[in-house]
Design a protein around this ligand. Structure first.
Ligand code: FE2
Length: 450
C-alpha cells in the first residue's frame, strides 16, 4: 500500500483565502428562471496539506454563487469552521453537539433542507448549519434526535420531502438507516442493520418501496488506526459486495441482501422498483477501494454500470454501460426512486474532464467537451419548472446542467450553465469566478424558495 501526492497538486491544492466578490462577469445569458445558489463542498486543508494526508479528511470549504434576475450577484468561499479551522484562524469554536472524536469537519456535501443550508459529512461529524452567505453558525442534531453519525448523501423522497441516509462509524458493527422529517426538526426512523464489521458506507438510495443499503469490502482496520492512518478503512480481499433491500416500513430482520462481485461504489445514480419485484439501479463502480493507494480513490477508472437486484435469489445482474471513466452520477431529483430517463456523470482524464448525459432507456450517451484543459466537477440538473408533476417524464430534461469547471490553462474557474436538451452545444451562460475552485466532492442548487 502506498499514498499518492495527487491530492495536493494542481487543482487539488487548497486555496488560501476566503473571498467575497459581487456582480460576477458573465458570458451569455443566465436563464431568468434561475433564482438560488449553486453550492459545493470539498476539502481545503487549512494547514496547506500533508502529502500523506487523506484527501477525504481535509478541512471543509464551501463555495457558492448567488444567481437571480439573470445576474450572478456574488461568489463566496468559506471554511466550514471545525476545531482545526477555528484554531488556525483564531475564530470562535463552533457551538453544537458532537459525536465521537469528530473535530467538526464537514467537507463532503452541502444541501438545502427545510430552509437550512447544511454542510455534511459521513462517519461521525454532525451536520453544520451555514448562513445563506456560507458563514458557519452551529452544528445541529435535529433537536437532539441524531445520536450518532450522519451522512454526506441524503436522498430526498420527492413525494414526502423526507431525507433518507445510511450512516456508519468505526465503533459500529452495523449500518444505520435514518429518516429525517421534511421539516428538518427530527429523526423519525432509525434502523440498525447488523453486518458484523464496520464498512465504509458512503451513500444510499431509495425506491418507492425500499432503502438500498450499500455494503462493500472496504472496512475499518484497527491495525491501520493504531498505525496512525487518518482514515483507517482498507480493502478486504476476496469478499463480495452486497446491496441490502430494506423495506421503507421494515426492520433489520426484513433486509434481503443481493450479492455483487467485489467492488466499491461511492455513488449510485438512481434506483427504482421493477414490476417483477427486482430493483434497477445504475452505479459508478470502482474495482476496489484503498487496496493499493490509501489516501484517495485511485484503483483504476470507475465505470458506469446497471445493476438489477433480485431479492428472490439474492443475486445481481451487473452490466457495464460504457468503457469510459464515469463518476459523480446525478439525475433529475424529481424522479428520485422512480424510473428516470436521464443520468449525468463526469469523466476525468488528467486535467480535462467532459460531462456525459446518459439516456438510460436507449443507452445513448452525449458528451459535453468543456474545452482544452477544462474539467467539470459534479454536474447538477436544475429543472426549468421544479413543480412539474414527477409523473410527467416527457420533458424530464427541460432544464439546465450547472457545474463548476476548472481551466488548467489559466488556473481559473467558471460556473457553466448548459441547456440540458442541448447538452453537447454551447453553454447558455458562463459565470467567471474570481479564483479557482479546488476539485472537491459534491454540491447542489438551492432554490431561494427552499
Ligand atoms: Fe460522495
Amino acid at each position: 500500500m502506498t499514498t499518492s501526492d495527487t491530492y495536493l497538486g494542481g487543482n487539488y491544492a487548497p486555496v488560501p483565502d476566503e473571498i467575497t466578490a459581487q456582480d460576477l462577469p458573465v458570458s451569455g445569458i443566465i436563464p431568468a428562471e434561475l433564482d438560488g445558489r449553486l453550492l459545493r463542498n470539498g476539502p481545503n486543508p487549512i494547514d496547506g496539506g500533508d502529502p500523506k494526508a487523506h484527501w477525504f479528511t481535509g478541512t471543509g470549504m464551501v463555495h457558492g454563487i448567488r444567481i437571480r434576475n439573470g445576474m450572478a450577484d456574488w461568489y463566496r468561499n468559506r471554511y466550514v469552521i471545525s476545531d482545526r479551522v477555528s484554531d488556525a484562524l483564531g475564530k470562535p469554536a463552533t457551538p453544537g453537539p458532537r459525536f465521537g472524536e469528530s473535530d467538526g469537519t464537514a467537507n463532503t456535501n452541502v444541501v438545502g433542507h427545510a430552509g437550512m443550508t447544511l454542510a455534511i459529512v459521513e462517519a461521525g461529524g454532525q451536520p453544520v448549519l451555514l448562513s445563506n452567505e456560507l458563514e458557519t453558525i452551529e452544528r445541529v442534531d435535529f433537536n437532539g434526535t441524531l445520536d450518532g453519525s450522519f451522512s454526506a448523501h441524503p436522498k430526498v423522497d420527492p413525494i414526502t420531502g423526507e431525507l433518507h441516509v445510511a450512516a456508519y462509524h468505526w465503533t459500529w458493527d452495523f449500518i444505520r438507516y435514518l429518516v429525517v422529517s421534511a421539516d428538518g426538526t427530527e429523526v423519525t426512523k432509525k434502523v440498525d442493520v447488523p453486518v458484523g464489521y464496520s464498512p465504509m458506507v458512503h451513500d444510499i438510495h431509495i425506491t418507492e418501496t425500499a432503502a438500498l443499503i450499500l455494503d462493500f469490502p472496504c472496512r475499518f482496520n484497527l491495525d491501520a488506526a493504531i498505525a496512525g492512518h487518518q482514515l483507517p478503512y482498507l480493502w478486504v480481499e476476496d469478499e463480495p459486495g452486497r446491496v441490502g433491500i430494506l423495506p421503507l416500513d421494515g426492520s433489520a430482520d426484513d433486509v434481503r441482501w443481493c450479492e455483487v462481485d467485489p467492488c466499491y461504489v461511492f455513488h449510485p445514480c438512481n434506483a427504482f422498483d421493477l414490476p417483477d419485484g427486482k430493483i434497477q439501479m445504475e452505479v459508478a463502480r470502482h474495482e476496489a477501494m484503498f487496496r493499493t493507494v490509501t489516501n484517495g480513490p485511485s484503483e483504476g477508472d470507475p465505470r458506469f454500470e446497471r445493476w438489477t437486484l433480485d431479492p428472490a435469489t439474492g443475486t445481481t445482474k451487473e452490466e457495464r454501460l460504457d468503457d469510459r471513466a464515469h463518476e459523480f452520477p446525478r439525475h433529475d431529483e424529481r424522479r428520485l426512486g422512480r424510473q428516470a430517463r436521464f443520468g449525468y456523470t463526469v469523466g476525468f482524464t488528467g486535467t480535462e474532464g467532459p460531462g456525459y448525459k446518459h439516456d438510460l432507456q436507449t443507452g445513448a450517451i452525449e458528451v459535453h467537451d468543456f474545452g482544452t484543459g477544462r474539467a467539470t466537477q459534479e454536474m447538477v440538473f436544475v429543472p426549468r419548472n421544479p413543480d412539474a408533476p414527477i409523473d410527467d417524464a416527457t420533458n424530464e430534461d427541460d432544464g439546465w446542467i450547472m457545474s463548476y469547471v476548472h481551466d488548467a490553462t489559466t488556473d481559473t474557474a467558471d460556473v457553466v450553465i448548459l441547456n440540458a436538451q442541448n447538452f453537447s452545444g454551447e453553454p447558455v451562460a458562463v459565470v467567471h469566478l474570481p479564483q479557482r475552485v479546488p476539485f472537491g466532492f459534491h454540491g447542489n442548487w438551492v432554490p431561494t424558495t427552499s
